[in-house]
Design a binder for this molecule. Structure first.
Ligand code: ADP
Length: 296
């Protein structure tokens, strides 16, 4: 089974002719409210593929929290680990102009209150999981506690988004660390002296990581471990909206690893899932079923 530990946000989106400057008011479109947040997205993506998936997250005791619980349940995610209360549900306030450029304000809300103690209290979810997948929209100390709470033999997958320098304990547990180009550069910091993904992967492996996957958008991905490095090609599709593609990729990869696939096999499947996700608008709305992936 797959356990996702991470964020759940309501994305509040308004289309505008022009994004407002300081002190300015602009009129916009009707409000659209979408379930989002990287943790919630990963859990829905995995469940839609057919993975037995649970989410450990925190939402507020409010309408946005209920929206998130409903969308998780509709996708078939086990929500016993979704804690309620302590702060309002996390929200992203998004304005989008006609060219697609956006401005986003994030209120982490309840995501910021998912604590190491919450992780320790979820022992039964950890014992039932072969793979635990996380991101960085919850406190870093909580992600570190996830590593400490892993059941023997279970595997830790991290997409460090939004990126920040990571403690050695966290890096050493990643199998794999999944990064896009921007995330790779932030994690490497001053150690990033090259524009070649193979060099990033080599440097990350030298920091004690067991494996690394660098996602390269339409160029597919690079898979690296002590056993070597392979480029995994992407699938050619007409990209409509890349929102959530990284979340779908990570969820699919984590699920396949738990099912016994090699890292390269899992990345090849995840590439197809990521490609399917960019052919539709939105995040969770764009995630494919296994049948849709097979017919791609
Ligand atoms: P992120 O969304 O985190 O920046 P990427 O843009 O690298 O990550 O996308 C993640 C994965 O989604 C890629 O590795 C690829 O499999 C798939 N993907 C993204 N954009 C495209 C695209 N234009 N065509 C095909 N696949 C894509």
């Amino acid at each position: 089974d797959l356990l996702v530990v991470g964020s759940a946000n309501a994305d509040l989106v308004i289309g505008v002719e022009r994004r407002p400057a300081a002190g300015e008011t602009v009129l916009g479109s009707d409000l659209a409210v979408h379930p989002g947040g990287k943790g919630a997205n990963q859990a829905v993506a995995a469940a839609r593929l057919g993975a037995r998936t649970a989410l450990l997250a925190r939402v507020g005791d409010d309408a946005h929290g209920r929206l998130l619980l409903d969308s998780q349940r509709a996708a078939g995610v086990d929500t016993v680990g979704v804690l309620v209360g302590g702060a309002p549900t996390g929200v992203a306030l998004i304005t989008v102009d006609p060219s697609g450029d956006n401005s986003i304000v994030v209120s982490p809300g309840a995501n910021g209150r998912l604590t190491p103690a919450d992780v320790r209290a979820a022992g039964s979810l950890f014992r039932a999981s072969r793979v635990v997948s996380t991101q960085l929209e919850i406190p870093l100390e909580t992600v570190v506690e996830v590593v400490r709470g892993l059941a023997p033999g279970s595997r830790f997958v991290l997409n460090p988004s939004p990126p920040r320098p990571l403690p050695a304990e966290l890096l050493a547990a990643c199998d794999p660390l999944i990064v896009n180009e921007h995330e790779a550069k932030v994690i490497l910091g001053e150690a990033c002296v090259s524009d070649v993904p193979e060099d990033w992967a080599r440097t990350l492996l030298s920091k004690g990581l067991r494996s690394v996957v660098v996602t390269l958008g339409a160029q597919g991905s690079l898979v690296a471990s002590s056993e070597g490095m392979t480029r995994v090609p992407s699938v050619k599709v007409d990209a409509v909206d890349t929102t959530g593609a990284g979340d779908a990729f990570t969820a699919a990869l984590a699920w396949r690893l738990g099912a016994g696939s090699s890292l390269a096999e899992a990345a090849a499947y995840a590439s197809r899932v990521g490609a399917a996700a960019v052919t539709k608008r939105g995040a969770q709305e764009s995630f494919p079923t296994a049948a849709e992936v097979a017919s791609l």
